[in-house]
Design a protein around this ligand. Structure first.
Ligand code: GAL
Length: 840
């Protein structure tokens, strides 16, 4: 037996032993890795998310990377940081990344790794909601339509086909982010991830299988070992270790069911989305700030704005049915990336006050004093300091309270924040930030109107001959037949009438049971009518008188989807196209005769010939365009023109007033569906100034009644060339392109209303202030653009004083004081408030 002259365990590992000089570089690189980028430990306790053991107040905002361009990302993220955010949240959009099964796309504005690295470069955290069901007013809620067509699949339930695909995609994304070291546990910016989305809202419809599914989701996510916590939103009592969170316009009264979950709000809806036929949503700055302040008053520690920048549904990404191309959302950054003022600035002030109280809010003891009538004070106290909130949830009455030996007036539906429990640093209803009025300027680069060329969509094969690429002896749902390769699907059949049928062939109708989206019908080569949803009323039955003759009659239906359903229990089964039956209805005397064509031989054609021939692609020279007799109000027509881009770097929109409905491309990039002929409902707007008090919902304070739902369409600067550009339109309904115009969007004027002792800050965002339209110290009335003086007005020439301070500068800032602006002559009601409007 050999004697051991070394420790047994060392001897065991001896074959792999290296000398120090061999492993020193490894150790060094490990240590360097540990230092840069620093590995961060993200966890949570019942109070807050903790970062390296410290409880945090986290302010986050949603920016969805495919809803802008990669060129826009750095500016958007920078503005979010300047606005006081700590983190940027995004969903991950499965259907654009995996458009065909196992074929992936992460290029251009789908480059999620680049997006998250851009966030990292700004020094912000990131929250990645993988879903991969996302809702989000995104086509089919983010699911690829090929998934629907997999045999045996059932979505969002305990179904192996579905779960395999979901796991495959989720793992792919996690691995991709891990490989780039993007999780905080690896030194990256991602501090939180989400699996599924609001499943709790629909879970009961899936019965026990739903419960099994959500447990599986939790286990699957957990098994990916990302090293940061996972979230499940709207999932009461989420399976551990998932953290449940709240979504809504208000989440102050939400309490997580699991006592170890902190109070987190993943979606504070900053406005609302828009549907075709809908009006412009508007959530006031005061109410949004109120919802945030109340959430933190009542123990919240993480809050995310949905959306911080809404952006644009380019191409065919809009969900549905009927979500508009603009996803502006009335968010703090507008669709084009401009500051939406005063929302952005007022929240910025709120964020800085909340952050100054981080310690007391996350470690302090919480006590509440109830003053009755929905008025309450909340005190957060540590041994060293205390911070207070005074909240008034009353919708009509201001409150005056005595708190800790001082009197405070709290306006109705507002929260005052006192970081030291003495001085009010912020009140949600007192907006000092400027209001910016955005305008579209004429395009100085295009001296004359555009010269249009045109081509008809070639329809001989469909409308005349009724011949497609696929034949079936049944009516097929559009998702199944076309797998969402296009909005358009042609359904074609023929009906043979014998001599006997002549008895009832007069006075016949074609009856099509549709899915509520758009249908155009043609009989024997002639257009007979169309139908589409109006104002959320989805007509499912189209019926129109037709003339048929003995022998073969061709029946052609062109279906056009406008975004596939994205929300609801089993939303994925919502039918698209023509579910049928399709019938010919006639009368023989008193008798009604119905000829059901549903099991006829149907021929299908997916898409349009113009799309197949890439008419939208300016490099495609194969096809001829005509400059002669450019038609107006002709349906299924292609238009094309060259134009010069507006000079400068301001965001650009194209005004499509005069067009009907279709899709638009700029230099081959789809800027989305357009539908300016869809006029927003006349009803529901009011001329009165919107009252921020009281609960908000998407129908409150809307505007744009009786106007095109969406007239202007975003043309990102990166889609434009400096010299010649091409616009191509596919016009489905018929319209007139002669008014089409490209315009830069800029700040037209800026207003502020600020009381004495406070500071006015005005900015034209990169352009000089050109004049002062209004300025009055006293008791000015009205709103930006329509201010009015009252008899209570200063004795000095306030306009000249502001002119001296501001004109010619990009921004100016001054304190409102009677020394400078004079004394208002209003002894009865001494109010010293300056209202000012400057032009840019
Ligand atoms: C939520 C959903 C989001 C978005 C939002 C409305 O229910 O989670 O994805 O659809 O509603 O904008």
């Amino acid at each position: 037996m050999e004697t051991l002259d070394v420790e047994p365990e060392i001897q065991q590992s001896a074959p792999n032993r290296r000398r120090f000089s061999e492993y020193a570089p490894l150790l060094l690189s490990y240590r360097l890795n540990q230092l840069w980028p620093p590995l961060v430990c993200v966890a949570h306790d019942e109070r807050a998310i903790t970062i390296d053991g410290h409880r945090k107040i986290l302010l986050s905002g949603s920016i969805h990377y495919p809803r802008s361009t990669s060129q826009m990302w750095p500016d958007l993220i920078k503005k979010a940081k300047e606005g006081g955010l700590d983190a940027i949240e995004t969903y991950v959009f499965w259907n654009v990344h995996e458009p065909q099964r196992r074929q992936y796309d992460f290029t251009g504005n789908l480059d999620i790794v680049r997006f998250i690295k851009t966030i990292q470069q700004e020094g912000l955290y990131s929250v990645v909601r993988i879903g991969p069901y996302v809702c989000a007013e995104w086509n089919y809620g983010g699911f690829p339509v090929w998934l629907h067509n997999m045999p045996g699949i059932e979505f969002r339930t305990a179904n192996n086909v579905y779960m395999n695909e979901m796991q495959n995609f989720t793992t792919l994304i996690v691995d991709m982010l891990r490989k780039e070291k993007l999780f905080a546990s690896q030194g990256g910016p991602i501090i939180l991830a989400q699996i599924e989305n609001e499943y709790g809202n629909v879970m009961s419809s899936y019965g026990d299988a739903g419960k099994a599914y959500i447990n599986w989701c939790a286990n699957m996510a957990d098994s990916l070992h990302i090293g940061v916590p996972w979230l499940m939103c709207q999932q009461t009592d989420a399976p551990q270790p998932m953290i449940e969170t709240c979504n809504g316009f208000y989440c102050d009264s939400y309490t997580p069911k699991n006592p170890t979950s902190p109070k987190m709000w993943t979606e504070n809806w900053t406005g609302w989305f828009k549907s075709w036929g809908g009006k412009d949503p508007y959530r006031t700055t005061e109410d949004l700030a109120y919802s945030v302040a109340r959430f933190f008053q009542r123990g919240g520690t993480f809050q995310n704005y949905y959306m911080y920048h809404g952006g644009t549904n380019f191409g065919r990404t809009a969900g549905g049915p009927y979500i508009t191309t603009s996803y502006d959302y009335n968010a703090p950054l507008d669709e084009y990336g401009n500051l939406n003022q005063p929302k952005w600035g007022h929240l910025k002030q709120l964020h800085s006050v909340l952050k100054s109280m981080e310690k007391t809010l996350t470690y302090g003891n919480i006590s509440t004093l109830d003053f009755g009538s929905s008025v309450a004070a909340t005190i957060y106290a540590t041994d060293e300091a205390s911070s207070c909130f005074l909240g008034n949830a009353n919708e009509t009455s201001d409150a005056t309270i005595n708190f800790q030996d001082a009197d405070y007036v709290i306006p109705a539906w507002s929260v005052s924040i006192l970081p030291d429990c003495k001085t009010v640093a912020f009140n949600t209803a007192k907006v000092n930030t400027q209001t910016s009025v955005m305008i579209k300027k004429p395009n100085e680069a295009n001296s004359s109107i555009l010269e249009w060329m045109w081509r008809p969509e070639f329809t001989h094969d469909t409308i005349v001959r009724g011949k497609g690429q696929i034949v079936a002896n049944r009516i097929v749902d559009q998702k199944e037949m076309a797998s969402d390769a296009s909005d358009y699907l042609w359904y074609m059949t023929s009906v043979n009438l014998g001599k006997d049928d002549a008895m009832w062939s007069n006075n016949m109708t074609l009856r099509v049971h549709g899915s509520g989206q758009i249908l155009h019908s043609y009989v024997n080569g002639k257009y007979i009518g169309s139908q589409w949803a109006k104002y959320n009323i989805f007509n499912h039955v189209f019926e129109k008188e037709v003339k048929l003759s003995p022998g073969h009659n061709k029946i052609v239906i062109l279906s056009a989807t406008v975004g596939l359903q994205n929300y609801g229990p089993m939303f994925d089964l919502t039918q698209a196209g023509v579910p049928g039956p399709v019938e010919i209805v006639g009368h023989k005397g008193d008798e009604t005769i119905i000829k059901d064509l549903s099991s006829n031989k149907w021929s299908y054609k997916i898409g349009l010939n113009g799309l197949d021939n890439q008419l939208f692609n300016p490099d495609c020279k194969r096809v001829k365009w005509s400059m002669d007799n450019v038609p107006v109000n002709r349906n299924l027509t292609w238009y094309k023109a060259s134009f010069k881009a507006p000079l400068g770097t301001d965001p650009v929109v194209v005004d499509l007033l005069g067009l009907g409905k279709g899709e638009a491309w700029i230099n081959g990039h789809s800027i989305g569906r357009y539908w300016p002929s869809f006029i927003a409902d006349e009803q529901g707007c009011s001329d009165a100034v919107c009252d921020y008090r009281g609960s908000y919902n998407g129908d409150k304070c809307v505007s744009n009644c009786g106007q095109p739902t969406q007239r202007y369409y975003h043309v990102p600067r990166s889609f434009l060339n400096e010299d010649v550009n091409t616009i191509v339109l596919f016009e489905e309904f018929g319209g007139n392109p002669s008014q089409v115009d490209f315009q830069p969007v800029v700040v037209g004027s800026a207003c502020a209303t600020v009381s004495e002792g406070n500071t006015v800050e005005l900015s034209c965002h990169g352009r000089p202030i050109s004049g002062v339209r209004f300025a009055s110290l006293g008791n000015p009335q009205g709103v930006c653009g329509a201010f009015e003086k009252t008899s209570c007005d200063s004795d000095k020439d306030v306009v000249s004083i502001v002119e001296d301070q501001c004109v010619g500068k990009e921004s100016c800032s001054f304190k409102v004081s009677q020394d400078v602006f004079g004394s208002p002559n209003c002894f009865d009601a001494p109010i010293n408030r300056l209202a000012v409007e400057v032009s840019c």
